[in-house]
Design a protein around this ligand. Structure first.
Ligand SMILES: [Cu+2]
Length: 215
């Protein structure tokens, strides 16, 4: 191997040794717009690196989806496989939650203002994929759960931004999902430069979600 060919190799080795490999991962900022070009909130964003770095399996966790003022809060919750989702009702009336997805479907009743210590209904999600949430009693209630097939994921905020940390460099695909979509979203290919600390990726939905009532 020539000397010039060795130089980038040495630089990469020094970087990996000196910084313990941390510099080899970067923050990916995914900005999602709807079909009209407006920022799209509550979009599940999954990053699938072509060369995923091995990560320790996440510890079992429980997360809470609240029913409040006839809304699911948060509207979209992303979890690792194996996470338990607890449904807590903060309204003064009952809800009858329905979850529908390719891997998980369930129905559960959440009582109005549960007494202190009264157990809230829970569902453990083991398989990757989306679950649409609705309510039998209130047709306007919509939400979603997304069990991520990748450890790199995030939900977009009001500005359409999802910030995903420690993504390994190289080519990747971004998957999007929104609970109101009728058609799957096209995957967005991108590439994270090896020397980048942050990288921004734009993506667009193939429809415009309804505007949500402010909290
Ligand atoms: Cu309801």
């Amino acid at each position: 191997m020539s000397r010039s060919a060795l130089l980038p190799l040495r630089a990469a080795l020094a970087l990996a040794l000196g910084l313990g490999g941390v510099a080899c991962a970067a923050t990916l900022r995914v900005t999602v717009t709807d079909r009209q070009g407006e920022p799209a909130a509550n979009v599940a964003v999954v990053v699938l690196p072509a060369r995923p770095a091995p990560l320790p399996p996440p510890a079992a966790a429980t997360t809470v989806v609240t029913q409040e003022r006839m809304q699911f809060l948060p509207m979209v919750t992303m979890v690792h496989p194996g996470t338990t989702v607890r449904f807590t009702n903060r309204d003064s009336f009952d809800h009858h939650v329905r979850g529908v997805g390719p891997a998980h479907s369930f129905e559960l009743r959440t009582n109005a203002r549960p007494a202190p210590g009264e157990p809230a209904p829970e569902v453990t999600l083991t398989q990757p994929g989306p679950v649409r949430l609705s309510c039998h009693l209130h047709s306007t209630m919509r939400g979603g759960l997304y069990v991520s097939e990748s450890p790199w994921f995030g939900v977009t905020d009001e500005n359409g931004l999802a910030v995903i940390a420690a993504v390994p460099p190289g080519p990747y695909r971004v998957k999007l999902w929104h609970p109101e979509q009728f058609l799957d979203q096209a995957e967005v290919p991108g590439e994270l430069p090896a020397d980048a600390a942050t990288h921004t990726q734009a993506a667009q939905l193939n429809f415009a979600p309804r505007k949500r009532r402010p909290r």
